[in-house]
Design a protein around this ligand. Structure first.
Ligand code: DAH
Length: 375
């Protein structure tokens, strides 16, 4: 019997009988390694006459393929068996109590977002989301800021490079959303009216100092229905802010303002007192009219009645539906409520800061137990 025939007869059975990964590897080296027997047969091809090669070549190649396949098959079987054995021998007792209190804490931004969702859910608002990578139509144009609108320049926008001369995304320029307001447009287009949503999320502007970071958080509010008016807006904001700051003496001042996407637009100020804090420094305590002695007003958020043009561009009939919208900085709400004074520390990931300002992970904000969980 030639060596080839002998290998063909014995190799598959030996490979199939390999009882471990190591045994299989030893066989692979024995047959296919540099000094291996199948490799040696392949080398003989070089010394053959063309006629011999034509006859022997396919036989040797087919032997090689048989050995390679047998090894792969055996390897898969051994791997499966090893996994089966591991699964059978390892058990996880899910009923065991945790040995330690979990480490880590809930970031104040997450905490405030949970508080917002809880407060607004109680008023019948759902939570909506939209993409952080937006196009300029949703971020600006549909919000009544056409191409040359001066408000666009005020947003310090991070644009993506233009992909092609005519714009790769259907003529739309891509950017990092500068505010959560495009979620208004997306929700109206996707769901029609009526609407009651808040849209919390990350927004981006090229800006950085103690109170500005290139990424920060906003929450947008949008209510669309028949016969909605400014009174609904004021009541909603007042109810929200009283629940959020857990004080009944929150006093708001609505000041005429301008936003392209609302008409009329109002900026909302909240009254506060300057008190001497425990550290001897002055601190702002929200509550009371800003006109009262020792009090002042602080600008808190932007809002207004949704502009007819925004309703139209979002596919709603402005003669049938009206609504109000508002937008407020989540980080700023967190700073006011929990007393941080540098926004940049929010995003440093320093565990000492988180140990101090973070919240216990099991402490879910609820209206009945208080949305302002103790840190
Ligand atoms: N989008 C505005 C900003 O980022 C905030 C804002 C103002 C949102 C008025 C609104 C609004 O919905 O009605 O500065």
């Amino acid at each position: 019997m030639s060596e080839l025939e002998q290998l063909r007869d014995t190799a598959p059975a030996r490979i199939a009988a390999a009882d471990s990964a190591d045994a299989l590897e030893a066989l692979r080296v024995e047959y296919l390694g540099k000094q291996g027997s199948v490799s040696a047969l392949l080398k003989t091809l070089g010394k053959m006459t063309p006629e011999q090669r034509q006859e022997e070549g396919p036989k040797i190649q087919s032997l090689r393929a048989t050995v390679v396949d047998a090894i792969a098959e055996r390897k898969a079987a051994l791997d499966d068996a090893a996994l089966e054995q591991q699964l059978a021998s390892e058990t996880l007792d899910l009923s065991l109590p945790a040995l330690q209190r979990p480490r880590g804490s809930v970031h104040p931004v997450s905490q405030v977002m949970d508080e917002l969702a809880e407060i607004f859910a109680d008023m019948g608002f759902a939570v909506a989301t939209g993409p952080e990578i937006e196009d300029d139509w949703h971020n600006f144009t549909a919000l009544n800021m056409p191409e040359s609108h001066p408000a666009r320049a005020m947003h310090d926008t991070f644009y993506f490079p233009d992909e092609s001369a005519d714009g790769a995304q259907d003529g739309k320029r891509m950017l990092l959303r500068t505010h959560t307001s495009p979620v208004q447009v997306r929700t109206m287009m996707a769901e029609g009216a009526p609407i009651r949503i808040i849209a919390p999320g990350r927004v981006y502007r090229s800006d950085s100092d103690a109170t500005h970071t290139p990424m920060f958080h906003q929450v947008e509010g949008l209510v669309i229905d028949k016969n909605i008016h400014l009174g609904h807006l004021k009541w909603t904001l007042e109810t929200f802010l009283k629940a959020f700051f857990e004080r009944d003496d929150i006093v708001l001042r609505l000041r005429p303002s301008y936003f392209p996407f609302t008409e009329p637009s109002v900026e909302v100020d909240v009254g506060f007192a300057i008190e001497n804090g425990p550290d001897g420094k002055d601190r702002r305590v929200l509550g009371g009219s800003g006109d009262a002695p020792g009090h002042a007003w602080m600008e808190l958020l932007g809002s207004g009645m949704v502009n007819r043009r925004v309703l139209e561009m979002s596919g709603l009939d402005p003669d049938e539906y009206q609504g109000f919208a508002f937008g407020v900085g989540v980080d700023r709400l967190a700073m006011l409520k929990y007393g941080m004074d540098d926004l940049r520390a929010f995003f440093d990931g320093d565990h000492r800061w988180l140990d101090h300002y973070g919240f216990a992970s099991f402490d879910q904000p609820t209206l009945s137990a208080g949305v302002g969980a103790t840190a």
